[in-house]
Write a protein that binds this ligand. Structure first.
Ligand SMILES: [Zn+2]
Length: 248
């Protein structure tokens, strides 16, 4: 397919113009006009770029790209090396950040809910980014944490009483620990996100609401793969996910 068709299809599918984001969503670096092989990745790191180029990718679709709001705009250092790699090989970079967290079916949060067996009921927080739902069968915090670890192949950091019964869950992939207070107000038993801050411990301790940091990278592997699979099926493209292990 044509690169511009892919760009426009994704913009409509993910409703990119509906989001206030910290980076540009869509085509960040333009490569060749025809696309057959799409590589997906959480972060468009140098390692991912090299592996995707070696595989023969025409375009890379990532959740974390470049040109973040508060970073230095100059193309120097690591950013120069990454962009040079893309331009040298005529490979495009398409990036979907908040739109890919939020999408009702292919999004990181929707996929995370399905993976953990949580029935989504509603959403809250800025731009309705945080999900809230119920476990079909309530379990203890330690049982739930075990399920999270097994599902994401990474041992989560768990704060709270291991025997607490978990029925209502709020969750948001990535670095969404600042929504913990809003999740407590929503009356959930546990809040699950990717990263953790020091104050999250005290908030959990003093409210009794459990907190799970399951990994920023680990919780954001799902959406971009679901998008890649969707695009491959719809447009007869070749798709491969490039995972770079990240302990954070
Ligand atoms: Zn992220």
């Amino acid at each position: 397919m044509k690169l511009i068709e892919l760009r426009d299809y994704n913009a409509t599918l993910l409703q990119t113009d509906q989001f206030k984001d910290y980076c540009p969503n869509g085509l960040q670096v333009e490569g060749r006009a025809e696309v057959l092989r799409i590589a997906t990745a959480v972060t468009a790191s140098q390692q991912v770029l090299e592996e995707a180029v070696a595989w023969g990718a025409d375009a890379i679709i990532a959740h974390h790209g470049y040109f973040w709001r508060n970073e230095d705009a100059c193309i120097v250092g690591v950013k120069r090396a990454r962009i040079a790699q893309l331009l040298k090989h005529d490979v495009s970079l398409l990036v979907y950040h908040l739109p890919l967290d939020a999408h009702a079916e292919l999004g990181n949060n929707a996929e995370l809910g399905k993976l953990l067996g949580i029935e989504e009921r509603t959403r809250f927080g800025e731009q309705n980014i945080v999900c809230k739902g119920e476990l079909k069968t309530p379990v203890t915090l330690s049982q739930f944490a075990k399920k999270v670890g097994a599902s994401l192949q990474r041992t989560p950091l768990v704060i709270g009483n291991a025997d607490r019964v978990i029925r209502n869950v709020a969750w948001c992939s990535g670095g969404a620990q600042d929504y913990f207070e809003a999740a407590i107000i929503e009356g959930v038993d546990v809040y699950l996100t990717g990263e953790v801050s020091e104050h999250n411990f005290h908030l959990s301790n003093e409210t009794g609401v459990a907190f799970i940091a399951a990994g920023h990278h680990a919780t954001e592997r799902l959406g971009v793969q679901a998008l890649g699979q969707h695009l491959a099926a719809k447009f007869s493209l070749e798709h491969r996910f490039f995972d770079q292990d990240n302990p954070v």
